[in-house]
Design a protein around this ligand. Sequence first.
Ligand code: ADE
Ligand code: ZN
Ligand code: ZN
Length: 236
Amino acid sequence: WGKTGHRATGAIAQKYLNKKARKAVAELLDGESLALVSTYADEIKSDKQYRSYGPWHYVNVPFETTYDKHEPSDRGDLITGIDKCIEILKSDDASKEIKAFHLRLLVHLVGDLHQPMHTGLSEDKGGNDFQVQWYNDGTNLHSVWDTRMIESYGMSYTELADNADRISKKERKAMAAGTHREWMEDSRDLVKDIYRNTNKGDKLGYRYMYDYMDILRDQLQKGGVRLAALLNDVLG
Ligand code: ADE
Ligand code: ZN
Ligand code: ZN
């Protein structure tokens, strides 16, 4: 996601932290909110020192196989990145600084896990090399999902987060079930459908919003609720 998607995910998660996790998060982040730190992993991307974290933002598995059967990337991916963040946050001997760094990354990565194109194909870099038009602008399918649809929708991240309140506790609980490996499968199912329904050079816009905006919002909601569940489990 871009900034708005990540912030919405962080803001939704913040609402559903339990008391103990909320306190642990506040301590590690010196009072900064999950929404605020959610974009940190993108802010450090261009810094040479942090280049090794680049591959943590996505996971590319050919559609005809499964994550467990595919050849893992030795540079790490979205799943092993989340594994690493959890491991550090649970460890007794990591410093506060290291834990805070990995918490910032984790908030971002759980967001990206819910952006379907971040589980897309390596051939087109998750849609980055899949050129399309968004209304009258030339762009790519990855950007349509990271930012363009959200921009056209016109809601702020707080509006998106407030909207997410409308589901019941029972629905939230069902949403939060499972592991990040299972959550990835929701995104993989969606990205398969997205590739099936989109051709290179397509002019996307009004009709595309009609078809996919509810799905996008549902993914933001799931990202937030699941991030909270994960943090409640790890820090709560
Ligand atoms: N962003 C950069 N490279 C990517 C890839 N291969 N898949 C998804 N998102 C990406
Ligand atoms: Zn992206
Ligand atoms: Zn990212």
